[in-house]
Design a protein around this ligand. Structure first.
Ligand SMILES: [Zn+2]
Length: 644
């Protein structure tokens, strides 16, 4: 039966996988416009078909393309307008219900065609090309621009001309420029039988933009009108994320009533008031020292608290350069971390997510391989590129924080909230369906336990539908889906572990696929814990999941060899690691709770060698050592293993 099923699956696949289409019409394609439409279409999973015009024969071909049921949008270079028959084109875009939207991109003054195509709503796109630093004000409603409505995005580059609206204009201005010059740059004209959008051609210049945030904002601004247009045009035929998600992760603490400036009970009150979720980036070395009262908070409030994995021993860069930290040690740590976390869960009754946050900085690529073959779900760090890797040149890479470019492991970018977070980046990520992931350390709360409230409020204001969840929950919802036909969805899985939720009232089928590499074949696909058949084809694995109305199914694609970590030693025999953990406790829990201590830490962090020299010179080392001993003696009981 399963073979027959597989065969049908393979036979039917290509037909189902057909993407919706954008038709780009021009006679002499401007590379910039083509590039913008290509990039936005790849983001949304739409096919692009170019249609040239110049003869009456071309015109017939264009009309039949526009009439095809899979065509969901048309983009026209304004230079092609004189070759097209407005009535024929608009008629071929009309459907039984509504019409396929059309975007006219105006690149120079051409009074008569813009005026007639807009039904007299526009006069022209006039003036000379202007280059500089612009602000794009998104005046579109929240219904059409979602989280971007009301935002101001910076854009560096050129506008080819300025839209000039006629006195009769009754449509909507969606983007207005300011900075170099002020004019409407993207509008929807009022038209009863068609949806006609007009944009002034723009061309970004990212050459001198060096910051990661700056590059994301610039890349997005450069294709903004096309992105807004295509998302509206394609609807659920375009790739979309299951929801806008956010998370706050605190690296390093263990579960003790107060870890430095972090008081879990007090934080819970802030989370309830300001609606956010906190994940602890938990160091597996701490597996057996949880405080019973804190553990019960985590068990009682799984919607507010969760646990992910932060290194293993956290002894400096244990996942750093292979010259100082050999790969074999790192591969061992990757597995020992799981063994320790399993024991943590057994002792505390708290589940954990198979998500690795590397200490200090992201690991080299071979360690990504070790994570994947140990069946981790993802790794989340301030960089999504491994430390010995190079970011792909594809501009699409900038637009999503998640990537499978490195050993097919899901690697996701997160943002430090210890430095000011860009409002623009939060809004762009929410609009694009990207998770907004933030991280801090306990010291962040030295100004008060409400230190994160403002950022939480800002995210919730920008994207009111944001769901604050654990890193595991967010990872399991890192897939793209789009509707192929009635009750049939195409799913691109970033994560090997998926929670597939049926958005409809009746049963639907998800056709799931994930890139596959020859080096590490898939061992099994589990659906709610049971093996299901899958097919490997064309560099992907594929399988179907039927989900009854309103329900969810859980999928796990396994890569490991099935060896468990149950028999691994989890002892803390490494004394160097133990000493370092105690010193970190002293820093975080004793020094960091008062201003002088915090100044000492800041100075030490910035000038490690100088600090030691000064301390030695002033004879301060014995004093610090004494303080440390007293503190360790007072806290000796918290190190005993404690269960629930
Ligand atoms: Zn850390």
């Amino acid at each position: 039966v399963s073979k027959l099923k597989l065969l049908t699956l393979l036979l039917l696949w290509p037909a189902f996988c057909q993407a919706s289409r954008v038709v780009v019409i021009g006679n002499d394609f401007r590379a910039a416009l083509q590039g913008q439409v290509d990039l936005a279409s790849r983001f949304y999973g739409l096919d692009v078909r170019q249609a040239a015009v110049g003869s009456s024969q071309d015109l017939a071909a264009v009309t039949s393309l526009l009439k095809e049921p899979d065509t969901v949008a048309a983009v026209v270079d304004s230079e092609a307008l004189p070759y097209l028959n407005r009535e024929v084109v608009l008629a071929s875009l009309r459907r039984n219900a509504g019409s396929v939207p059309i975007l006219i991109v105006a690149a120079r003054s051409d009074h008569s065609s813009l005026a007639s195509w807009s039904g007299g709503q526009m006069m022209d796109c006039g003036g000379k090309p202007r280059i500089g630093d612009w602000q794009l004000q998104i005046t579109a409603s929240a219904q059409s621009a979602q989280e971007l409505s009301g935002m101001l995005l910076s854009f560096r580059g050129q506008f080819a001309c300025a839209l000039e609206l006629s006195a009769d204009f009754t449509g909507h201005v969606l983007i207005r420029t300011s900075g170099v010059a002020a004019f409407p740059a993207f509008v929807e004209t009022a038209s009863s039988r068609n949806r006609i959008f007009v944009a002034a051609a723009l061309l970004g210049d990212a050459a001198e933009i060096t910051t990661a945030n700056g590059r994301l904002i610039q890349q997005f601004s450069s294709i903004l009108p096309v992105m807004l247009f295509l998302r509206q045009a394609a609807g659920d035929r375009a790739w979309q994320a299951p929801g806008p998600y956010a998370n706050l992760t605190i690296d390093d603490p263990w579960l003790t009533s107060e870890y430095g400036n972090l008081d879990y009970q007090a934080l819970l009150i802030e989370m309830e008031k300001h609606n956010f979720h906190t994940t602890v980036g938990f160091i597996p070395w701490n597996f057996d020292r949880s405080d019973a009262a804190v553990a019960s908070l985590f068990r009682d409030y799984p919607g507010r608290f969760s646990i992910s994995i932060h290194g293993n021993n956290h002894n400096h860069a244990e996942f750093g350069d292979y010259r100082h930290h050999p790969f074999a040690d790192q591969a061992f740590s990757v597995r020992q971390a799981i063994a320790r976390m399993d024991e943590f869960s057994r002792l505390s009754g708290i589940p954990y997510d198979r998500v690795m946050v590397f200490p200090h900085s992201v690991a080299p690529q071979k360690t990504f391989h070790a994570l994947r073959t140990s069946d981790y779900w993802s790794t989340i760090n301030s960089e999504n590129v491994p430390q010995d890797g190079e970011a792909p040149a594809d501009p699409l890479f900038l637009l999503r924080p998640e990537t499978l470019a490195f050993d097919n492991l899901l690697s996701i970018k997160r943002y430090s909230a210890e430095i000011p977070v860009s409002k623009e980046v939060v809004a762009i990520n929410a609009y694009l369906g990207n998770p907004n992931l933030f991280y801090i350390h306990q010291q962040f709360f030295s100004s008060g336990i409400g230190a994160f409230n403002n950022l939480a409020d800002q995210v919730n204001r920008t994207a009111p539908s944001t769901k604050w969840r654990s890193l595991g929950y967010i990872t399991r919802h890192l897939y793209l889906w789009r509707r192929i036909q009635d009750r049939l969805y195409d799913v691109f899985a970033y994560s090997p572990a998926l929670a597939l939720e049926n958005p409809e009232g009746s049963s639907v089928t998800f056709q799931v696929h994930r890139p596959q590499d020859s080096s590490t074949p898939v061992r099994a696909v589990l659906l709610d814990g049971k093996d299901i058949p899958f097919a490997a084809q064309g560099g992907e694995i594929r399988f179907d999941v039927a989900v009854p109305g309103g329900q969810a199914r859980s999928v796990w694609i396994l890569y490991g060899n099935g060896q468990t970590t149950a028999s691994m030693s989890i002892t803390k025999a490494d004394t160097a690691a133990s000493v370092l953990r105690k010193l970190s406790d002293f820093r975080d829990m004793a020094l960091s709770v008062n201003p002088t201590g915090r100044r000492l830490i800041a100075f030490y962090t910035a000038h490690e060698r100088l600090s030691i020299t000064i301390a030695t010179f002033l004879g301060l080392l014995p004093v610090l050592a004494g303080l440390l001993l007293v503190w360790l003696w007072r806290h000796r009981s918290t190190c005993a293993p404690q269960g629930r």
